[in-house]
Write a protein that binds this ligand. Structure first.
Ligand SMILES: [Zn+2]
Length: 147
């Protein structure tokens, strides 16, 4: 896994973003690591071949450590800081069906596509997808973290 490119994206795009310390959820696709975004778009396209009436919707992309800590304090996340969202390599997915925000898309089908395309899904978080396996997270944090 080439963390150097992920670090470059983190240093050049994420740290310099106006949303770096955002206390609110961010869904700006431009903060995602481009090869990850490319894969997501490919997966959404495959999903839409089967479900053209569903729009796959990215609820959250980048997440500041301030917001991550808030989720941790509220027991919405087990991670206190430097989750994969913080590095632009995770996304939380919902749907828009008939113009209405929805969690009623076919997650099983979409998650199957994510896995086939080499992305990682989590058993405990239905809408979450990330670029690297859980087993590589600590290594990535060491390489990329702002310190
Ligand atoms: Zn997530």
């Amino acid at each position: 896994m080439d963390y150097g490119k992920i670090k470059e994206h983190f240093d050049n795009v994420i740290i310099t973003s106006k949303d770096f310390n955002s206390p609110k959820p961010v869904n700006d696709l431009n903060l995602l690591y481009p090869p990850f975004l490319e894969k997501l778009i490919k997966c959404f396209g495959r999903y839409n071949e089967e479900y053209p009436e569903h729009d796959v919707y990215v609820v959250e992309t980048y997440r500041s450590n301030d917001l991550q800590k808030k989720y941790y304090d509220e027991h919405k996340s087990k991670i206190r800081k430097d989750g994969m969202h913080h590095f632009g390599i995770a996304a939380d997915i919902a749907f828009s069906i008939n113009g209405e925000f929805s969690y009623k898309g076919n997650y099983d089908f979409l998650r199957g596509i994510f896995t086939e395309e080499g992305l990682t899904v989590l058993k405990w978080e239905l809408g979450h997808v990330q670029f690297i396996p859980v087993s590589e997270q600590n290594e990535l944090r060491k390489c990329v973290s702002a310190g």
